[in-house]
Design a protein around this ligand. Structure first.
Ligand SMILES: NC(=O)c1ccc[n+]([C@@H]2O[C@H](COP(=O)([O-])OP(=O)(O)OC[C@H]3O[C@@H](n4cnc5c(N)ncnc54)[C@H](OP(=O)(O)O)[C@@H]3O)[C@@H](O)[C@H]2O)c1
Length: 247
């Protein structure tokens, strides 16, 4: 069967769990050969790779801390050596460390900036240097990259605002190479980092139009579309999959 992503190599950062894992599975089911990046969950990454292979897809797991530029470059080298040139980069790895302005520490500031912004920058620059025409860079932002509806999330929100802005600039930079750059902004999604039965869940459900959390697979479906040849005229866009959070 002719699949939309056959012969494409997709690198998904933070692919071992949550939204990233669903993206890996979806892209593999559309024919991509997937690099599942992880930092500290080798067992989850290994299990996911086994599942993808059982389902008839192709995947490998590669460890790299995306907040360390040297490891990001090694990740690209290893991915290229194992599967060939990366044609789809999904910048998914991200972290949130809540804290109000007076309390936030330098370490918590650096942790979020280094992973959510610098990691995305270094990976995207690597992609820009290596990707061929038709490539895709898909940044996972957040509905918290559009508004700050509660206290204690200023740094996380700032990283996601930044990602949406960088997406636009990089779309301009890479347009001549026929590489698209887009930002997918999930609303509340049921993962270990934001469980649908967690302490903030009722508030988050209430501010969506649909009154519910999204599923990782619903984010993955949009990512798969943006990665496909059908989305070749979409670039510099911010696409929400947020249940109407931003309506
Ligand atoms: N869940 C939500 O409601 C929601 C909403 C909007 C946006 N988002 C965004 O969606 C993305 C994924 O969120 P999630 O909820 O799926 O998170 P999650 O369940 O906490 O999973 C995070 C993933 O990132 C990886 N990771 C963490 N630190 C890493 C590092 N330094 N280097 C490489 N990988 C690293 C983890 O792998 P290891 O376990 O191996 O470290 C894991 O695979 C994030 O960018 C987040 O900001 C989430």
């Amino acid at each position: 069967m002719n699949q939309p992503l056959s012969n494409k190599v997709a690198l998904v950062t933070g692919g071992s769990r949550g939204i990233g894992a669903a993206i890996c599975q979806k892209l593999a089911s559309h024919g991509a050969h997937v690099v599942v990046n992880y930092a500290s969950s080798p067992d989850a990454a290994k299990k996911l790779v086994e599942q993808i292979v059982t389902d008839g897809g192709q995947a490998i797991a590669i460890k790299a801390d995306m907040s360390d530029p040297a490891q990001v470059i090694s990740l690209f080298n290893e991915a290229e050596k194992s599967l060939g040139k990366v044609s789809i980069l999904v910048n998914n790895a991200g972290t949130a460390v809540p804290g109000s302005l007076a309390e936030i520490t330098d370490e918590d500031f650096d942790k979020q900036i280094n992973l959510n912004v610098r990691g995305v920058f270094v990976a995207s620059r690597e992609a820009a240097r290596r990707m061929e025409s038709g490539g895709r860079i898909i940044n996972i932002g957040s509905s918290l990259g559009e508004a700050v509806p509660m206290p204690g999330l200023s740094i996380y929100c700032a990283t996601k605002f930044t990602i949406a802005g960088l997406t636009r600039g990089w779309a301009r930079d890479l347009g001549p190479q026929k590489i698209t750059v887009n930002c997918v902004e999930p609303g509340p999604i049921d993962t270990e980092s934001n469980p649908a039965d967690g302490p903030q869940a009722n508030y988050q459900k209430a501010v969506t139009a649909l009154g519910r959390y999204g599923k990782p697979e619903e984010v993955a479906s949009l990512v798969a579309y943006v990665a496909s040849p059908e989305a070749s005229n979409i670039t510099g866009a911010t696409l929400r999959v947020d249940g109407g959070w931003g309506a």
